[in-house]
Design a protein around this ligand. Structure first.
Ligand code: NOJ
Ligand code: NOJ
Length: 578
């Protein structure tokens, strides 16, 4: 009895001590992170000398690595965090800086660069010099997440302006900038892209998801300001994106495969970042948009986190259900392939976002997909819905809060005493590695701290969406003049874990026989793999399925398969791999 009492008291002590240290880390680190972001924005930021007004440098590091450039992705994610602080009234002093960001990005949109001009693909250029000229060296380009992230950041500001009686500025100044980015998204989302880590040229979950979100954001804004001519195209392409988004789910591995190419495990912080940057607190635990508390996003989180348990020395000895340091992806070798602050914070943020929603909806749902995630915290839990009044709900949510805090504390443990956040910390001993004062690391601290405090931001319309019954892979830029018909290809193919089936063929809609951009089929009905594409009507089309495993392509045997598409309507082709 006495022992039980003492251990109960001890338990309470330790639980308090732990959450205490999260709050003490947040109170010291939060102003440092905010100052760290502001120091890296020109022209007056203390660490960004040479950067034009409103230009965000990735880091002041100018050698090994040289990050003294401005990336559209980093800048847009950073400004989204600042715009959220401004529009929620947390920091009303930021308006001038936000306006400078908008002016700077409007200039960059017009700078001709190796990806093209503003009207021929230049919006997909990943980075620019900080004096607003083009970077002309070799790089992984294009990266098609940038325009989407920039549009979402600006739309968040636009919505605030409309609510605060400044619609004119939105219509005259912001909309033309936003519209360029959204037309780029709508027209090019179906083209391959380098992923957010600038390495894999294929389709990428993060890119697809933020593109989808940006069009939904854009549809609402366009309707609000009467720019309705774009709406039907954006709606068509958003539906196509949502359809395509589903194909990244790997049902046998129980995780989201980050890229359609790349020949890696596919476990990647790409997917966790997607869940926090497409969080919509009004959408509950919606699975089709992979909301933070959706069964798929939680299952994925476990697989992603677990992939770092045994590969980093600093994670050794940590219990298999406790927080660890995480990186971009387990196979990473860039700058040592270490844990990243922004990746480890993202795990915590996804969990805090989940806790916010469970509290708000007053229940938590355990499905067969998310069971393994929840069993980490209560091994006896079974599938079902647990109301907030049940002990299962309290046990799980309090353990998950401790788990989330643990990821913040991992980063806290490896934050140097001056609070500076680099890009990475050593997998062997936790000392900071790679670019110092990474702007994105600081922004990731601001957003996770907000989520820890239960703060949420505006919805983007994820609630109540439905996956259309047929998916078209045609962006608005590629539509030809003739009629198209919707063709579903089903193929029975047995695969090994990690192997995927793709389709390629003789028309541009089937990627002109390319293997690197071949279309990924969904394995939702495994062993039947399936995809629906829009093809030209009344046309003879040749095609083959290919299988890709660890980057190795295997073709079906000869001859080519052939169909003639109908004049109208839709068509289903059932094949067996040969
Ligand atoms: C530079 C990119 O910034 C980084 O993401 C990548 O990992 C390395 N190049 C290696 O390709
Ligand atoms: C490398 C990262 O992989 C990429 O995502 C980022 O945009 C650049 N560094 C700049 O921070």
């Amino acid at each position: 009895m006495r022992c039980a009492l003492i251990s109960a008291v001890l338990y309470v002590c330790c639980a308090l001590a732990q959450s205490g240290s999260v709050s003490s880390y947040i109170s010291t680190e939060s102003p440092i992170a905010k100052a760290g972001v502001l120091a890296n924005i020109g022209s007056s930021g203390s660490k960004s000398s040479g950067a034009m007004s409103g230009i965000v440098i990735a880091s002041p590091s100018s050698t090994n690595p040289d990050y003294l450039y401005t990336w559209t992705r980093d800048s847009s994610l950073v400004f989204k965090a600042l715009i959220d602080q401004f529009t929620t009234g947390e920091d009303t002093s930021l308006r001038g800086l936000i306006d400078e960001f908008i002016s700077a990005e409007a200039i960059l949109q017009q700078v001709s660069n190796p990806s093209g001009t503003v009207s021929t693909g230049g919006l997909g250029e990943p980075k620019f010099n900080i004096d607003e000229t083009a970077f002309t060296g070799a790089w992984g380009r294009p990266q098609r997440d940038g325009p989407a992230l920039r549009a979402t950041a600006m739309i968040t500001y636009a919505n605030w302006l409309i609510a605060n009686d400044n619609t004119t500025f939105v219509t005259d100044t912001l909309w033309p900038i936003i519209e360029l980015d959204l037309n780029y998204v709508a027209g090019n989302w179906n083209q391959t892209t380098f992923d957010l880590w600038e390495e894999v040229d294929s389709s990428s979950f993060f890119t697809t998801a933020v593109q989808h979100r940006s069009l939904r954001d854009g549809i609402a804004l366009a309707n609000a300001i009467g720019q309705t001519s774009v709406v039907s195209n954006f709606e068509t392409q958003a539906a196509n994106l949502l359809c395509f988004l589903q194909s990244y789910w790997n049902p046998s591995g129980n995780f989201i495969t980050a890229n359609t190419g790349g020949g890696r495990s596919g476990k990647d912080a790409n997917t966790v970042l997607t869940s926090i940057h497409t969080f919509d607190p009004a959408a509950g635990c919606d699975t089709i948009t992979f909301q933070p508390c959706s069964d798929k996003a939680l299952a994925n989180l476990k697989v992603y986190v677990d992939s770092f348990r045994s590969i980093y020395t600093i994670n050794s000895g940590i219990a298999s259900n406790a927080a660890v340091a995480t990186g971009r992806y387990p196979e990473d070798t860039y700058q040592g392939g270490n844990p990243w602050y922004l990746a480890t914070f993202a795990v915590a943020e996804q969990l805090y976002d989940s806790l916010i929603v469970w509290d708000q909806v007053g229940e938590l749902n355990v499905t067969s997909t998310s069971l393994a995630f929840f069993q980490q915290f209560l091994s006896s839990v079974t599938t079902g819905t647990y109301a907030s009044t049940t002990s299962t709900f309290s046990t799980l949510t309090s353990a998950i809060r401790t788990f989330a805090d643990g990821f913040v504390l991992e980063n806290a443990k490896y934050t140097p005493s001056d609070g500076g956040l680099a890009e990475q910390y050593s997998r062997n001993n936790g000392t900071p590695v790679s670019a110092v004062d990474l702007t994105w690391s600081y922004a990731s601290a601001l957003t996770v701290f907000a989520a820890e405090g239960g703060k949420t931001f505006a919805s983007w319309g994820a609630a109540g969406l439905q996956v259309p019954s047929t998916c078209s892979t045609g962006g608005s830029g590629s539509s030809g003049s003739g009629n198209t018909v919707s063709v579903t290809f089903n193929v029975d193919a047995t695969t090994v874990w990690g192997e995927n089936i793709y389709l390629t063929g003789s028309v541009s809609e089937l990627q002109d026989w390319s293997t690197s951009t071949a279309l990924l089929l969904s394995s939702a009905d495994y062993p039947t793999w399936s995809i629906t594409v829009d093809l030209p009507a009344s046309t003879q089309v040749q095609y083959k399925y290919i299988r890709i495993f660890n980057g190795q392509v295997t073709w079906e045997s000869d001859p080519n398969n052939e169909i003639t598409t109908p004049a109208s309507g839709s068509f289903i082709e059932n094949d067996t791999w040969r």
